[in-house]
Design a binder for this molecule. Sequence first.
Ligand code: UCC
Length: 555
Amino acid sequence: MADEQPLSFIQSAPELGNEYRDDWLLNAWLETVLPEALLDEQRATFDELGRRSGGEWYRLQQADRVNEPRLTQWTPWGERIDAIELTPLWRQAKHWAAEYGLVATGYEDALGEHARTVQFARAWLFIPSTDFYGCPLAMTDGAARILSDAGNRELAERALPHVLARDGERFWTSGQWMTETMGGSDVSGTETVAEQDGEGRWRLTGRKWFTSAATSEMALTLARPQGNPPGSRGLALFYVEPHDADGRLQNIEILRLKDKLGTRKLPTAELWLNGTPATPVAGLERGVAAIAPMLNLTRTWNAVTACTLMRRGIALATSYARKRRAFGKRLIDQPLHRQTLAAMEADYAAAACATLAMVAEMGRVEHDHGEASPALLRLLTPMVKLGTGRDAVACASETLECFGGAGYVEDTGLPQLLRDVQVLSIWEGTTNVLALDLLRALAAAGIEPWLNTMRKRVDTLDDERTRELHRIASDALEKVPGWLDHRPEVLEANARSIAMNLYRITALVELSGLARRSLDSDLQKPLVAALHFARNRFALAPADTHGTGWALTGE
Ligand code: UCC
């Protein structure tokens, strides 16, 4: 009887739950790192963020899928306005970000050394459902750090109450305008010039080629004061408010929005500065060194974003595997598919532990905790940014594959995940630029701050059940000094594999540490993830110690 047969099978879509409760890794980390009373105090906020992230915000994100920001350059009557209209989700995200203190919490003195952990735990839940609104928040966090420390009282009094506001109307985000046509990696040739007008006011003229979140209320940017020498030492860091009190752009033209592969909700623009008023932040030279704290913070947000998008992909793929049947069984009941998901979980757990350990170190450094090590933080930042950026791309690709053909179809929302994630290994320093930055940090501080910390952490793996992890991590740590004992050009040729190896060791050690701490409360998942990562995913790339690989690339 034909009408008793379903005409066609309809697959139900993957679903998200409470993204805080469902994230065993984040829970285990917070439970073993935050004091109990502090976690109790924060739990309701985490829970609310988790619920909104997997519910209302996720639904809005799906509904907003095809919307993009729009630039209107002219009114019908010929006035140049260069107005950017944001997508509906982005317009609301600003208010949520302020309300949950996604920047301000990091500066809340009462939270002491844990301020950064609490801040980024909140951001962890917010980021994957808000279409890269984390980008302006990252830059705003960087600006808050610089303005808090630069000793420029006037600017601090002007901007800090806004960037640290918890009310969406008062909250400002900041841009970071660095990239020009000659490059985003090497900014030493920056062509934007700064000149003083007749009233002694600094004015900037030049073309900023790639400015993210061009709707921000303020920005930090680099320009060369007239008469300064070439090169990066001759650049200065300037503060700009793009709009005047009436909302008109202050001698800025928005030439176009960039036509990017992903992060398309983010209004990335090309700007022409034509005498834009600006204020020096910290003197009239060494602008790259002055903006470096912002770079290090956006790199931290980048790593956090990488982890949270790995987790989002895994959550969707796992939900799907619980619903989808093939060859007579649910995917989740099939050993090979289950093993694929387990490998993704292990990669996520490892990336998350490396990232959250970096975040915890940042909190200690900023609050002068007795055990804080600025040199360790300086080493961790580039390696964790580059490692998580690469792993997130691999995980997003695997996520799509877990859905078969559906993962390749636009209106599932899944292809956007892969396109978006690709940016994480490009902006804020590509993998190679960060590998070289790691060498810069190693040249200044040596490997000891990292090596000593990793050894101390490995010493805590004193349980019978963590013996294998202890052995694998110790063996890896022993190899490290040998990788660094080479002449500079060989070291430079190997920088990427060295950086990736150091990242993987950090991830293994931190995940193993979590596994050890979690055994006290009988929580097994971190141990299972650490063993899986160590046995199946922890392969150190051999370094090309002679630099012979170059022969393959000769002209
Ligand atoms: O802007 C972009 C889009 C914004 C989007 C933000 C999204 C955030 C994502 C969050 C997730 C949602 S993308 C463009 C971003 N651009 C970069 O990241 C630049 C990449 N390039 C580099 O990092 C290069 O290594 C440079 C620009 C830093 C190289 O500059 P120099 O001047 O050639 O290099 P030097 O001479 O080695 O460094 C100059 C000074 C030195 O200090 P002094 O003057 O005391 O000797 C360095 O030690 O800067 C210091 N320095 C640093 N200090 C350089 N890098 C650092 C660092 N990372 N930390 C501390």
